[in-house]
Design a protein around this ligand. Structure first.
Ligand code: SF4
Length: 226
């Protein structure tokens, strides 16, 4: 028998559905064709906007679809191609190392010639794959019930008092407990897009927000602006 939802969980789900109406769809904004490209794009998106990663990958994907392609590139060439993302030195190094590991681990049964681990503890053993990175990859590629919390998700969840947390990692853990699996697939992207385009860090659009009546943080913000 399904567990009864608390009033707080019911409120969160209702607000989530409102967000989803505003930002429908549940696809990542990162552009990719293969699982490996998604992994690399998410790795590059740490401290860099998805928009900037897409600018870089619009060229990079002409050369790279799988780990073997990375190993076939000159290291300096990869480095140059991703120069405009933050921490490009470290990211180029870790993309190389990750490609090497995936190539070393492949078996003759691997359809793609490599396998992206589907287990969070294995995925996070890859260089530069933090828990947040792993959760995004597992959610997008394998539809696992994960909610990664970047700064946007962390901000929105705290403003709406879904959680009271200082660190995005804690926000992610709490949201994964509060939001039932049925709604996790829409939660991940709806909250990110809401934070990115509407509930922005500096100038949130509270006056046009359908959640204003339920959001004390937003109400205080609107009062202060008057
Ligand atoms: Fe964000 Fe303002 Fe809406 Fe609250 S009312 S969710 S702070 S945009």
């Amino acid at each position: 028998m399904p567990k009864k939802l608390t009033l707080k969980q019911q409120a969160i789900i209702s607000q989530l559905l409102t967000m989803h109406e505003m930002f429908p769809g549940n696809e990542t904004e990162l552009v990719y064709d293969t699982p490996f490209q998604l992994l690399i794009a998410v790795m590059m998106s740490a401290q860099t906007t998805d928009k900037q990663v897409n600018v870089v990958t619009s060229v990079l994907w002409n050369f790279v679809t799988c780990p073997q392609d990375v190993l076939a590139l000159w290291h300096d060439r990869l480095h140059d191609m991703i120069r405009s993302v933050n921490y490009h030195n470290a990211k180029a190094k870790h993309i190389y190392e990750t490609s090497q590991i995936l190539c070393d681990q492949r078996s003759t049964d691997d359809e793609l010639g490599y396998q992206i681990p589907q287990d969070i503890s294995l995925l996070t053993t890859l260089p530069w794959v933090w828990v947040k990175t792993a959760k995004v990859v597992l959610h997008v590629l394998f539809w696992q019930h994960r909610i990664a919390a970047d700064t946007h998700v962390h901000r929105v969840a705290n403003r709406l008092a879904w959680v009271r947390t200082k660190q995005p990692e804690k926000t992610s853990e709490k949201l994964e407990t509060l939001i039932t699996n049925d709604y996790k697939s829409i939660a991940h992207h709806s909250i990110i897009l809401r934070g990115r385009y509407h509930c922005k860090a500096v100038k949130p659009n509270c006056t046009s927000c359908p959640l204003l009546e339920q959001c004390k943080w937003g109400q205080k913000f609107v009062t202060k602006q008057k």
